[in-house]
Design a binder for this molecule. Structure first.
Ligand code: HEC
Ligand code: HEC
Ligand code: HEC
Ligand code: HEC
Length: 454
């Protein structure tokens, strides 16, 4: 009880502060203007939504998603009797201000389920976490994460969303009525859903994140836990200094994540460094740059090599391109980025978290045929049946995994053991840690049979 009062009190204080020093976003959200009704009437002053109606929670959704949703209501890609006229009356700066406002709130506690719902929840959970390939139902966790927290700007937070709203959206995706900026992925995900499945999944998602967690019977094999490894922590992204060096670091970071755009003359495919070195090259266990930086210069196959030469090799093989010159801007900026990120690391030390944690090949060997069917079940949804990935606004949102636009035969990732280790640690995106070592090797064997550049 005290906790509830505390929460209400906190809410009142925040809302009060917002009305006393109102930003444009707060003013519009809380009071509206002219023909625009206050968003808070339906979405709550802090984005908590109206659980009994299909008025969604906005808290937790993130700036890009909210802004994108408002734009797609306004330009007709997403239609809704209530929201379309509201969004059409907003200017772009107003949309941005509202998105900033609502993105600033933490998501509210989710609904609490009744014990009588346990069986429905168990079914909902099974679909959510595992899907059902006999019905071509893709696991929601694949894209929204097992805890429903989404991933980046494209995969929205759905944990604790209201049940009524969830049901409506799933029906509307299924019918193809809701489109929007989501690349049509939800249409495919929702198409095979029946009415009962929609109800069960919506219920399960609405209680995701409930504390203490409900004890829901598990009806399928338990998944291995993902153990986050806390090793060296690189400096925060916003700590890049505003100096000449800092500008080089910023350019280097842009090259790292949009390689084909910012280092075009040296790139022959659609991959960015960040597609394989995850989290902009910062993630422990996913090929972090801070672990590489402290190790060079080093001997490799009996010959000395430098970090610059290693990066040149990445351009030749992983990027299917050619080496940027040693003192040119591309290499200099990349080196600045890598060095900035490695500040505080110990030169010469083997940093835990380097590379991708190796895994042993199963005794039975790797089975490319099994890999092919695993690929269809767990990977094709993002990387495509023909491995081409998905492009959007000129950028590979889901990178190609074979063919001329993917990495070449001599790239590090083309080695089966490295690929298996990479997959086990990082894929499927948004839900890594759910592939067994055998499955990772089967997938690596399958990818090895696919065509790619020499
Ligand atoms: C009269 C009630 C009402 C008002 C007022 C209202 N909304 Fe909505 N809003 C809705 C409903 C209903 C939906 C679900 C639409 C759908 O089914 O596609 C929605 C959806 C949204 C979404 C998409 C949420 C998601 O999860 O995809 C955003 C963002 C949003 N509203 C923002 C706003 C903002 C900002 C305002 C104020 C300018 C506002 N709304 C005012 C009822 C309202
Ligand atoms: C292949 C990836 C993928 C899978 C699988 C997937 N989703 Fe989504 N989902 C998305 C994307 C992308 C969006 C954003 C859509 C947009 O903005 O147009 C989205 C949006 C949603 C939304 C709307 C959120 C909002 O606030 O309006 C809901 C609800 C949702 N997904 C539920 C589910 C459920 C339940 C499942 C499992 C049955 C599922 N998704 C499976 C990619 C996926
Ligand atoms: C197709 C995936 C892929 C792409 C794209 C890629 N790399 Fe790599 N990179 C790898 C793999 C795999 C390794 C080897 C890791 C290992 O052996 O444990 C590696 C190794 C490295 C290393 C040495 C790491 C160490 O710990 O010794 C550096 C530095 C590096 N890459 C930089 C880059 C840069 C910079 C780019 C972009 C120009 C890039 N890579 C693009 C997959 C990739
Ligand atoms: C939800 C979408 C999604 C799913 C499902 C998924 N991936 Fe990925 N994959 C990505 C994204 C996004 C990246 C790039 C990572 C980044 O930029 O942070 C990536 C990167 C890769 C790469 C390295 C880059 C390249 O194109 O070669 C490989 C290989 C790969 N994925 C294989 C797989 C395999 C095999 C599976 C199935 C087990 C899988 N992925 C499932 C989204 C997905």
């Amino acid at each position: 009880m005290r906790c509830v009062v505390g929460l209400l009190f906190l809410g009142a204080v925040t809302a009060h502060a917002a009305t006393r020093f109102p930003t444009l976003g707060a003013r519009l959200a809380l009071s509206g203007h002219g023909s625009i009704r206050a968003c808070a009437d339906c979405h709550g002053s802090q984005g908590q939504g109206l659980p009994h109606f299909a008025y969604p929670k906005l808290a937790g959704l993130g700036f890009s998603y909210i802004f994108g949703a408002l734009q797609s209501f306004a330009d007709g890609r997403r239609l809704n009797g209530i929201m379309t006229p509201i969004a059409r009356a907003l200017t772009a700066p107003e949309m941005r201000a509202l998105a900033v406002y609502y993105a600033s709130f933490r998501p509210r506690p989710p609904h609490v389920a009744r014990p009588a719902d346990r069986l429905r929840l168990a079914r909902g959970r099974r679909y959510y976490e595992h899907g059902d390939m006999s019905e071509r139902l893709i696991a929601c966790a694949q894209c929204h994460g097992r805890r429903g927290h989404g991933m980046g700007a494209r995969f929205p937070w759905i944990a604790g969303q209201t049940e009524a709203y969830m049901k409506e959206q799933l029906r509307s995706f299924r019918a193809g009525a809701r489109r929007g900026p989501g690349l049509g992925l939800m249409r495919n995900a929702a198409r095979p859903l029946g009415a009962r499945q929609i109800n069960d999944i919506a219920l399960y998602v609405s209680i995701l994140g409930a504390r203490p967690p409900l004890s829901i019977p598990v009806t399928n094999a338990a998944m291995p836990p993902i153990v986050p490894r806390r090793n060296f922590v690189p400096p925060r992204r916003d700590a890049i200094p505003h100096t000449v060096f800092g500008e080089a670091v910023r350019r280097g970071r842009a090259i790292f994540d949009y390689t084909a755009r910012y280092a075009a003359p040296y790139v022959g495919n659609a991959l960015s460094c960040g597609d394989c070195h995850l989290g902009e090259g910062r993630e422990s266990g996913a090929g972090p740059m801070w672990a590489a930086a402290v190790l060079f210069p080093r001997s490799y196959q009996g010959r000395m090599t430098t970090l610059a030469a290693r990066i040149q090799a990445a351009f030749i093989h992983s990027e299917n391109g050619r080496a940027p010159p040693l003192n040119g801007p591309v290499l200099t900026d990349l080196l600045a980025y890598v060095h900035w990120m490695s500040r505080g690391g110990v030169i010469g030390a083997h940093a835990p978290g380097r590379g991708y944690p190796p895994i042993a090949e199963p005794k039975r060997g790797a089975d490319a045929v099994r890999g092919a069917s695993l690929y269809a079940q767990r990977c094709a949804v993002c990387h495509g049946d023909r491995g081409k990935g998905v492009r959007y606004n000129g950028r590979a949102v889901f990178p190609p995994v074979w063919g001329s636009l993917s990495f070449g035969r001599r790239a590090s990732l083309a080695r089966m053991s490295v690929m298996a280790a990479f997959l086990k640690r990082t894929m499927p995106y948004a839900d890594p840690g759910t592939l067994g070592s055998g499955a990772a090797y089967d997938l690596a064997a399958f990818l090895e049979t696919r065509p790619r550049s020499p």
